[in-house]
Design a protein around this ligand. Structure first.
Ligand SMILES: Cc1ncc(COP(=O)(O)O)c(C=O)c1O
Length: 455
């Protein structure tokens, strides 16, 4: 085994540049930005990407929240290989197979809530959320939904109407699904009432719920027609925002009052990311519906909607798909759950204090850092031009991502000026320190370049 840490000659090198150019010639424009994310991945070794030019880059992105169990987890690979020798696809919505049943039983067993659960299997987070919408509509015979500003729930016409993190997601796409209203997320750092939610969490919670009841329910949204409230337990794409500890308990009281279902989107924060299997376990409630995807399959596409058994369609043909419950994906997911339970979640909990302390130190030192927040191995830093006005430092954030990558660390932006640090849960203390050193160096360089104070 080579020495730990990145090894970079030039990113992108000549081969990388050629592929980036061809990519933009032949591939539809999605989110790739060659000026910011110029890593051209050939393979993975340990917690590192090896790019097409042989550069070795430490990963603090987990393939956008997918590779919690490691970039190439040997047990996941073994499980997929075993499954390849049995059957790849077993048409699980018409015929039957043991693999999807095993996974459904396992997911129902590990999801929070002391009640019977059932599972719908799909291929992505978006589809898991689409299924959640349909289960909520069908079971309640209600049509309306409440979501949060800053949320990301997907990009189909149904889920896009829930998503509210960037205008570009909806631009030229209207009409979206009608009947969705958004309310402010209880963001302790930045909220419409300028409340310091770290100092006064209860005040922030009260304002959000007051807004829901007094403004929406008492003016124009009949609560008895609301099927569900969908939320991320920690907002991901919206900026890695951790709400106050008691928020969801209080939200549940309001939801219960009106018979509204709580839909917990764990697509980015679930599967051990916070050191617990489900991020909502940090907040002490059991949602009626949970959606999960990304890290569930360890890199093999799969989504799951886990719900109270009594909400089931109970009638053939209301919902279904072709690939959901694919045998390879189920085998991978079962291995991922084993791996998370056999030490990886524990590792996330073990490394949490290291991240917290080091990032708090960085915040003390660099004026550019306005806020640091996170649980387990889900960390966000928000950059601001001025700590008083909290003006977004988006350009500076983008430059930090670039500087880090040039030094051999893959990170990702989120929100308007935040950086997310989400390493695979397989990293060790040494790699955590190497990565955090690079984060600090990148912030240092950008601070000096733009004249921000460094203490
Ligand atoms: C919280 C959340 N929900 C849903 C989605 C959509 O998942 P997918 O891209 O697999 O469709 C994402 C993707 O980033 C997400 O972060």
């Amino acid at each position: 085994m080579w020495m730990k840490g990145p090894q970079v000659k030039e990113i992108p090198g000549p081969k990388g540049r050629e592929i980036i150019e061809k990519h933009h010639k032949y591939m539809a424009t999605t989110t790739n930005d060659p000026n910011e994310y110029f890593l051209v991945i050939e393979r993975a070794e340990g917690n590192y990407w090896i790019d097409v030019d042989g550069n070795r880059v430490l990963d603090f992105s987990s393939g956008i929240g997918v590779l919690n169990a490691g970039l190439r987890n040997p047990r996941v690979i073994e499980a997929v290989k075993r499954q390849l020798d049995l059957v790849i696809h077993a048409a699980g919505t018409d015929y039957y197979n043991p693999y999807q049943v095993q996974l459904a039983e396992r997911l129902a067993g590990i999801a929070p809530g002391d009640f019977e659960k059932k599972v719908f299997l799909s291929n992505s987070g978006t589809e898991a959320n689409e299924a959640a919408l349909k289960i909520a509509k069908w079971s309640t015979n209600r049509k309306l939904f409440i979501a949060f500003i800053g949320a990301f729930h997907g990009r189909t016409h149904g889920t896009m109407s829930l998503t509210a993190s960037k205008p570009v997601h909806r631009s030229r796409m209207f009409p979206t699904m009608p009947g969705v209203e958004h309310i402010p997320y209880p963001n302790p750092y930045r909220n419409p009432w300028h409340i310091d939610g770290y100092e006064n969490p209860d005040e922030l919670i009260n304002r959000v719920l007051e807004y829901l009841e007094d403004y929406l329910f008492h003016h124009y949204v009949p609560p008895e027609e609301v099927a569900g409230i969908i939320f991320e337990p920690i907002q991901g794409e919206g900026g890695y925002v951790v709400p106050p500890k008691n928020f969801f308990k209080e939200l549940k009281k309001v939801a219960d009052k009106y018979g509204i279902l709580l839909i917990d989107d764990e697509v980015q924060m679930g599967m051990g990311r916070t050191g617990k299997m489900w991020a909502i376990e940090n907040f002490g409630i059991a949602p009626d519906i949970i959606t999960v995807a990304k890290a569930l399959g360890g890199g093999v596409p799969i989504g799951a909607t886990i719900f109270r058994a009594d909400l089931d369609f109970g009638k053939e043909g209301v919902h279904g798909n072709t690939f959901g419950g694919n045998a390879l994906a189920c085998a991978a997911a079962l291995a991922v759950i084993d791996e998370l339970q056999n030490g990886l979640m524990e590792n996330a909990r073990k490394l949490e204090p290291l991240f917290r302390e080091r990032l708090e130190e960085i915040k003390e030192k660099y004026e550019l850092v306005g806020d640091v927040r996170g649980i387990g191995l889900a960390w966000g830093l928000e950059f601001v031009k001025d700590r008083k006005t909290k003006e977004y430092a988006a350009k500076e954030r983008n430059e930090i991502v670039v500087e880090a990558l040039k030094m051999g660390l893959a990170t990702l932006g989120c929100g308007r000026s935040s950086l997310r640090l989400i390493p695979p849960l397989t990293i060790d203390e040494e790699e955590a320190k190497i990565g955090l050193d690079i984060v600090e160096k990148a912030i240092h360089r950008v601070s000096e370049r733009h004249g921000y104070r460094v203490h």
